[in-house]
Write a protein that binds this ligand. Structure first.
Ligand SMILES: [Zn+2]
Length: 320
């Protein structure tokens, strides 16, 4: 099962005990996914379609609050993946006009207005509980989310312009930064980033999926950290080995020019130690020789200077 389907399954199980929220959720689904039909004798009906069967069953339940007569039908797509499509049909009936009135979609003269009901917005989305419910309905109608193992992406797709604007506003109410992108003649609102997606799952009430999302996210972060640490360790090892090799080169150079025996005793000891353990770090050398780290570091630096002086001024002039 895809993570999108899992989140939707989760959301269909959340049935609010408050009529205000049930109404907001149904209206979100209707405004995004509903199609109004004007039939013979200008009789109105509408239908809402989705491939997610539990969503349609939930809308069937929520429509009870509006006392709408309704039925669910199923058919299989003839093209593409031949998926099943579930339709909630609301046939022509007295109550339908009342329902559309509630949405401000029928004006005082009884004319249909296919616009977003700006004037009743406060009434439907005034309370935070209802704004959460609206986002839930919107996700059921048009949402999808990428698998959390990959990159983080959540979107509401196929939106008319006013719907996209409204979603961005509602997301902003909860401190989320929804972005709009146009695809063909419709719009998409999307969220990026684990933090924001996680918050939205919480806001919509998708708690089971939220837990799974968070646990995958933590696993991923730990894995990234381990990889970073490993890269860092490798870099350190390379640094140690490079430093050792450079010192061995210098010491060999001193030996081949003036000879190690010409060095003061403390430098000779350090030089021989380095030649014996070319890949040891300073700390390792210090440990096996019982010489202090800073003394050892000083001597190795001194050896590098001597080699440098010999290169520059010749064997006669090296600085004792
Ligand atoms: Zn409410």
């Amino acid at each position: 099962m895809s993570f999108s389907t899992q989140v939707k399954d989760d959301l269909t199980r959340v049935i609010s005990s408050k009529p205000c929220c049930r109404r907001a959720e149904f209206i979100a689904f209707f405004l995004i996914n509903g199609n109004i039909r004007i039939g013979n004798g200008r009789r109105l009906s509408f239908f809402m379609q989705t491939e997610h069967s539990a969503s349609v069953r939930k809308m069937f339940t929520l429509a009870r609050d509006f006392a709408l007569e309704r039925e669910i039908t199923v058919h299989r797509r003839t093209q593409l993946h031949k998926n099943q499509v579930f339709t909630l049909n609301v046939p022509p009936q007295e109550r339908l006009t009342a329902f559309l009135h509630q949405l401000g979609m029928v004006d005082d003269r009884g004319c249909l207005r296919l616009v977003f009901p700006e004037q009743i917005r406060e009434q439907i989305l005034g309370a935070a509980c209802c704004r959460r419910a609206y986002l839930r309905g919107a996700f059921l109608a048009s949402g999808s989310i990428s698998e959390p193992e990959g990159s983080y992406h959540l979107e509401f797709s196929s939106l008319e312009h006013p719907q996209a604007d409204l979603l961005v506003e509602l997301l902003a109410d909860f401190g989320l930064n929804g972005k709009i992108v146009r695809r063909k003649d419709l719009e998409i609102v999307y969220l990026k980033g684990a933090e924001e997606i996680s918050q939205l799952l919480n806001i919509m009430g998708s708690h089971r999926s939220l837990l799974e999302f968070e646990s995958i996210r933590v696993t991923k972060e730990v894995r990234n950290q381990v990889n970073r640490q490993r890269n860092c360790d490798t870099a350190n090892i390379n640094k140690v080995v490079n430093a050792g090799m450079r010192q061995v080169r210098d010491i060999n150079y001193i030996n081949s020019t003036i000879g190690l025996s010409q060095l003061p005793r403390n430098l000779r000891i350090a030089a021989e130690l380095r030649l014996d353990y070319p890949d040891y770090s300073l700390a390792d050398l210090s440990e096996i020789s019982a010489l202090g780290r800073s003394a050892l570091n000083h001597r190795l630096r001194r050896l590098a200077e001597i080699a440098e002086n010999i290169r520059e001024y010749g064997t006669e002039e090296w600085d004792r």
